[in-house]
Design a protein around this ligand. Structure first.
Ligand code: FE2
Length: 418
């Protein structure tokens, strides 16, 4: 169980690490790309705006001479820049002039016409273009005169230096790696904390179970004191029942209900008056009717406590008989809960083989004969056959054992199933 917990926890922490790495890594990657784009746009804007004054000056008073001067200046300037081309337009979108870096002429022609487009607060429209592993930025910069009237625009194509791109991508990669490592370390740090918390919870749970079992013993002892002055009947019937339950392969949960039910089966006798409960002679019909009500009283008592509700099958139905002649409901066959059918065999076998104020103990052989004669009438034949197959060993081990040793045996089953 502990190994499963470790495996379960490791798998989930790794899953959390993977999902968080994917989500936060995706965000870091996105922000890295935004940072890269912003950096390229800023560099492109810085270089493109250098041409702004030249063309604004020309547009204010255009002439052939000034155009020649403009052409000369932009051709000189573009050789120093990362821009591969600039074009100038007037207010009517007629091209005034252009300059293309000779070494990049072919690239300029191969560039895609469209890319991801966005504009900034100054009205500059930027388009990111990718060609192979290179990044380009096309900018449209509006040009205004001193009164704020648009007099033209310039278009520049900027080639982002590959070393800058590589540097920013490397920064993004290291940021991603750092994020993934931080999440991994955090997940690993959580592991011992969760294990510790889980152990604490298990301790609390065990303490609670021990408290409940203590209460179970107190109640069982109270019934015994009321009925026969000793716990030993409770111990024996519980041990017989557990052994049959194990032979039948009952689940752990069913075994818990069987143990609780066996221990508390006659809890309802607390509500039966002494005159009837301790009457030495035979009960009248009226008295027997009252005595039979102990199963309903038992059910009432345990129904108020969730932890005892799985004992209800035995407490309420332990006097039902396989042929429907039992009480309180006259259930038949498989309608009687399995735990109650198991307990009925154990209870009657112990009653037969025990000494009571009104009778001596029957021998093992007589008790077995009575059980065999009652297969299919009082007892579920399958359950009773399972019991009878092991009855000799169980009888030898349990029937004449003293109370202290039976208590030790019962404790070992409680530890096993609770
Ligand atoms: Fe009973």
């Amino acid at each position: 169980m502990i190994d499963n917990l470790h495996k379960w926890l490791i798998l989930r922490l790794m899953l959390v690490w993977f999902v968080l790495s994917l989500v936060i890594g995706g965000v870091v990657h996105y922000l890295g790309n935004v940072h890269l784009d912003n950096h390229v746009v800023n560099m492109a804007k810085t270089e493109t705006v250098n041409y702004k004054d030249m063309v604004v000056s020309y547009l204010k008073s255009p002439s052939e001479q000034k155009l020649l001067e403009l052409n000369s200046r932009i051709k000189n300037q573009i050789e120093k820049d990362n821009l591969i081309a600039v074009e100038f337009y007037d207010a009517k979108s007629s091209k005034i002039t252009e300059a293309v870096k000779p070494s990049s002429r072919e690239v300029e022609e191969e560039l895609p016409k469209h890319g991801s487009e966005f504009s900034d607060k100054d009205g500059i429209i930027c388009t990111k273009l990718l060609l192979g592993s290179d990044t380009y930025m096309r900018l449209f910069v509006p040009l205004f005169n001193s009164t704020g009237i648009k007099i033209g625009y310039l278009e520049g194509i900027y080639h982002a230096p590959s070393e800058i791109i590589a540097q920013i991508k490397q920064q993004t990669f290291w940021s991603l790696l750092l994020v993934v490592l931080i999440i991994l370390v955090t997940s690993l740090a959580l592991y011992p904390i969760i294990i510790r918390l889980n152990r604490t919870l298990i301790d609390y749970s065990n303490n609670l179970a021990l408290t409940n079992i203590g209460m179970l013993k107190v109640l069982g002892s109270a019934i015994a004191k009321r009925d026969s002055d000793t716990n030993i009947h409770n111990y024996r019937v519980t041990l017989y029942s557990v052994r049959i339950g194990e032979e039948l392969g009952l689940s752990r949960t069913a075994m818990q209900g069987l143990i609780k039910g066996s221990f508390l089966h006659d809890l309802g006798k607390i509500a039966i008056g002494d005159a009837i409960l301790h009457k030495p002679g035979k009960l009248t019909d009226e008295e027997f009717t009252i005595m039979k009500s102990h199963v309903r009283h038992g059910e009432d008592i345990i129904s108020g406590y969730d932890w005892l509700k799985d004992a209800q099958d035995v407490v309420l139905c332990h006097h039902e008989k396989f042929d429907g002649s039992g009480y309180p409901a006259g259930m038949t066959q498989e309608d009687i809960p399995l735990n109650a059918r198991i307990f009925a065999v154990a209870d009657v076998f112990d009653a037969l083989t025990s000494k009571r104020p009104y009778k001596e103990a029957f021998s093992f052989e007589v008790a077995v004969k009575i059980l065999q004669d009652s297969l299919g009438s009082h007892f579920d034949p399958e359950v009773a056959q399972f019991f009878l197959g092991h009855a000799a060993a169980m009888h030898g081990e349990i029937c004449n054992e003293d109370e202290a040793l039976l208590h030790v045996k019962l404790e070992s089953y409680i530890r096993k199933y609770f």
